[in-house]
Design a protein around this ligand. Sequence first.
Ligand code: GTP
Ligand code: MG
Length: 318
Amino acid sequence: MFGFKKKSIADTTINSDAKATLAERLKRTRTGMFGGLFKHNKTVIDNAALADLEDRLLLADIGIKTTDQIMQLLKTDTNKRTLKDPLEQLKEILLPTLQSVAKGLTIPVVANKPYLILVVGVNGVGKTTTIGKLAKRLQREGKTVMLAAGDTFRAAAIEQLQVWGERHNIRVVAQAPGADSAAVIFDALKSARANNIDVLIADTAGRLHNKSNLMAEMKKIHRIGSKFDADLHSEVLLILDAGTGQNALIQAQQFHDIIGVDGIVLTKLDGTAKGGIVFLLAEELGIPIRFIGVGEQVEDLRPFNAVEFMDALLRDKP
Ligand SMILES: Nc1nc2c(ncn2[C@@H]2O[C@H](COP(=O)(O)OP(=O)(O)OP(=O)(O)O)[C@@H](O)[C@H]2O)c(=O)[nH]1
Ligand SMILES: [Mg+2]
């Protein structure tokens, strides 16, 4: 998961239909998890269909515990051979788990600006793209935003952020490749404070020479905020690629152990059948899920709303 990967400059303005509903974006996960089972609100479920559903739920990385819960409920009901409203029943089981982690990102209005959002995650999960989308979103909400090119490991990473900043008129604080990442973020904090910026979003490297290097670097970077200002308000935002399924859970556990994670963004939910990971993350970690990524456009970073998500998962019509 710390392997190398060639990458081009991300463009958050192309691709995908902005008008697509969440249900459309979650199609792969929905059909992966439930198949045609509830397509016509089918109320009779035989044993073969039940076994198929169990396999699907496990493959979608929803986790054994939640799968068992669903199986128990459906088995009890199928003993009577009919289900009242399977969709409503599934919703009843699944929704509370999602609701427990659906907590949006709130930026406190404080005197000691900026609010620091430290964006972390392994390579390729969508950190830089998410930073771009988030910066735009915050700007639209009336906040002033600055970016710090804290991924100094690759020249292309700095360039990717700079191109994005230029295109959207957002200032990017950067140094040369190989510079100390913590120092870049410290500089950016100083500049943001001097310019009365509301939010500083810092990119970080997703890969270094090896995993222990990455985690050591994370610890160092994490300390920089309080070194700058002991009372600084900040958030460690972990980006996870939904398509990596259970690996995402392992990554979350590692980052949480090392630096503590305040919020999660689950990306690429539009391109995977493994979106069930959201339940496993909620169940196992209980860390707030701030946003989900369902495409490459700015609008495709959506606040994580449990009811909306659940509805989109269970029905193909909004
Ligand atoms: N379909 C889809 N693609 C996404 C989403 N989020 C990010 N991507 C794409 O994923 C790829 C990697 O995104 P980056 O933002 O460069 O990832 P990163 O974590 O910064 O990668 P490194 O800098 O290499 O660590 C890009 O092609 C993005 O456009 C999403 O929600 N949906
Ligand atoms: Mg990046």
